[in-house]
Write a protein that binds this ligand. Structure first.
Ligand code: G6P
Length: 613
């Protein structure tokens, strides 16, 4: 998961600024804190420093002219466990300050590992999941080489990691390992680098070796070798990276938005990771444990958010009312804070925010807290204002989102809301059978998302056909009504076409008057409880000459006789269908905007995080 950026360098140069420059190229991956560790040959010691904030803060703190070393590791962090702070910044170390490690990913079983290590007398200095790694390695370091100690530690670990490790006791090497987090080796002349993505190494070399899951690599000044967790040697081919720096940061995609659309299967997976007890049909939300008793007492829910997060909230209302049996109201933060909302101690106020810094949402949170409501957050940015100021919460773990138009944060918010529905619903009478069905289906969502992404070319063709229309209508019902709103928002914010999202039942009350051959409609018509109604609406539009693009369930070929263009989405539970039906709408908006030549990642007049009222 793109949550942090890590870099290592070993080679002929001994000015550590080489690592700093490489790290700066990874800053886009997140920058709540950063750190460096380097083996100083002259002093035969490891120098380490950490700083909170952007990499420039680290740059200010380190006495670059006074340190020398040709074996170093660095990290720029985007917090998932433990707030951004100097003690939680990487590198993390063992008790004796011999082993220094940087990590990108999540160690899922860190709690039991940490308890065990604490019982053995290890001293922990941070709140992170990562810190178990240097302590585990320490357990084996006296007896084995660094790579063997790392291997034995990793055999005990569950989760995702890209790591780079150095040790005072076994110097002149970097050990790197990968499991489901990106990591590559940059192959230069008498110099080698390890990095989360190619942009960090491009200034030195365009030859890279992508590590695979289970790979453990040892880099020295004269080369590198790779073996797997079972010590079997692995041959990996070098690739020539043909991307420029900016392209590399976008992973080869033309825009961050497209990259983030493609990251959704992983983002959804990361939102679910460790949170589903499938055979009990339950969700485990550690972040809500502290308020568990109060959650039992709540009799109504208020969801408060802005923009795309508000649309996620609307879907949440349908989920929570149908399956948890709790009345829910959804508000724009900017409305909530200026009216006189009625809340009390039995109200659960849920604040959804990607950035955790939206001014209106923060102000609404303050208001709800004053009125005594139990306030929880669904927030992507760890340690942000909303994450800190709520009583408890659930992090999205979707990774940093850079495109102004929210995509992976949205599907992740919906996924967390589905988990919350299980979490609140099961103790309130949702049957085991239902819980289990929902849980089983949630697990399949990443795969469904992948299937939709495969239709990208076909969606691009549809975009080409419709790109010059000035107006669009987006229609949906029930669970997919908010997706119609979100589809319209995506299109208008990045392509500047006018687009309106509506509940399909409402078109007769006004908007149908707009429809003619120049006014296309995007209709979300999944084969669900409101399908027949949607079909009638589509027919009403066709009868007025309006072109229709239908989003429907795979296999529903019949709709091709009614709609002009059809995009198919795999069948899933009605309550979960918004999580996947929204993806073709993101792609449609993206391609229309890109074909119109718009600045997709930075639409005019808009900001990623609206920190003013
Ligand atoms: C801005 C962004 C949107 C986002 C909204 C709420 O308008 O461009 O993508 O949905 O703010 O932001 P939040 O960070 O609170 O989710």
């Amino acid at each position: 998961m793109d949550m942090c950026g890590i870099v290592g360098y070993i080679g002929k140069q001994n000015d550590p600024r080489i690592g700093l420059e490489a790290l700066k190229r990874l800053e886009y991956r997140g920058y709540d804190s950063s750190g460096i560790a380097l083996f100083d040959d002259e002093k035969n010691a490891i120098f380490a420093e950490k700083a909170v904030g952007k990499i420039s803060e680290l740059e200010k703190k380190v006495p670059w002219d006074a340190i020398r070393g040709s074996c170093l590791i660095l990290q720029t962090r985007w917090a998932t466990h433990g707030a951004p702070s100097a003690k939680n910044a990487h590198p993390h170390i063992d008790c004796k300050r011999n082993i220094y490690l940087v990590h990108n990913g999540i160690i899922e079983n860190y709690k039991p590992l940490k308890e065990k290590l604490l019982r053995k007398g290890h001293i922990f200095r941070s709140e992170t999941d990562t810190e178990v790694l240097p302590h585990l390695i320490e357990e084996y370091a006296a007896q084995y080489t660094l790579e063997e100690a790392v291997r034995r530690a990793l055999q005990l670990v569950k989760g995702t990691y890209g790591i780079a490790v150095i040790s005072k006791k076994d110097p002149h090497k970097i050990v790197a390992a990968r499991m489901a987090s990106p990591l590559l080796i940059g192959v230069g002349n008498d110099e080698y680098m390890v990095a989360s993505d190619p942009s960090a190494v491009l200034a030195h070399t365009n030859r890279v070796v992508y590590l695979e899951d289970g790979d453990i690599a040892v880099l020295t000044k004269s080369g590198f070798r790779i073996a797997d967790l079972n010590r079997k040697a692995q041959e990996r081919q070098a690739h020539e990276v043909e991307w420029g720096l900016e392209e590399a940061q976008k992973g080869g995609y033309a825009h961050f938005m497209l990259k983030e659309i493609y990251e959704q299967p992983e983002a959804i997976e990361n939102s679910i990771r460790g949170r589903l007890i499938q055979d009990e049909g339950m969700a485990r939300l550690g972040g809500l444990e502290p308020v568990k008793a109060r959650l039992r007492e709540i009799d109504k829910v208020r969801i408060i958010a802005c923009g795309t997060a508000y649309h996620a909230g609307l879907v949440g209302k349908y989920m929570l009312e149908e399956y948890a049996g709790i009345p829910v109201e959804v508000d724009f933060a900017s409305e909530f804070r200026y009216r006189k909302p009625i809340l009390d101690k039995n109200t659960l106020a849920v604040f959804i925010s990607q950035s955790g810094e939206t001014a209106d949402t923060i102000a609404a949170l303050r208001e709800a807290k004053e009125k005594g409501a139990l306030c929880i957050g669904i927030v992507n940015t760890v340690g942000s204002s909303i994450a800190r100021d709520t009583h408890a919460g659930v992090y999205n773990h979707a990774g940093p989102e850079i495109g102004v138009a929210s995509t992976k944060a949205f599907t992740s918010q919906l996924t967390v809301l589905a988990l919350l529905t299980l979490y609140l619903g099961r103790p309130r009478g949702m049957s085991y059978v239902f819980g289990e069905r929902i849980a089983k289906e949630i697990v399949r969502l990443p795969q469904f998302a992948r299937l939709i992404l495969r239709q990208n070319n076909q969606i691009k063709k549809i975009a080409l056909k419709y790109k010059d229309y000035a107006n669009f209508l987006f229609l949906g019902r029930k669970y997919n009504y908010p997706i119609a709103l979100e589809g319209a928002l995506k299109l208008k914010e990045i392509s500047y076409a006018h687009a309106e999202g509506l509940s399909a039942g409402e078109i007769k009350h006004g908007s149908l008057a707009l429809i003619d051959k120049n006014f296309p409609t995007v209709a979300i018509a999944m084969k669900d409880s409101v399908y027949e109604k949607m079909l009638s609406n589509i027919e009403e539009i066709k009868a007025r000459g309006g072109p229709v693009i239908a989003i429907t369930t795979t296999g529903n070929k019949k709709i091709e006789g009614v709609a002009d263009d059809v995009i198919y989405v795999p069948k899933t539970l009605e309550m979960l269908s918004p999580i996947i039906s929204t993806i073709p709408l993101q792609l449609l908006a993206y391609h229309i905007a890109a074909l119109r030549g718009c600045d997709v990642d930075k639409p005019r007049n808009l900001a990623k995080s609206v920190t003013v009222e």
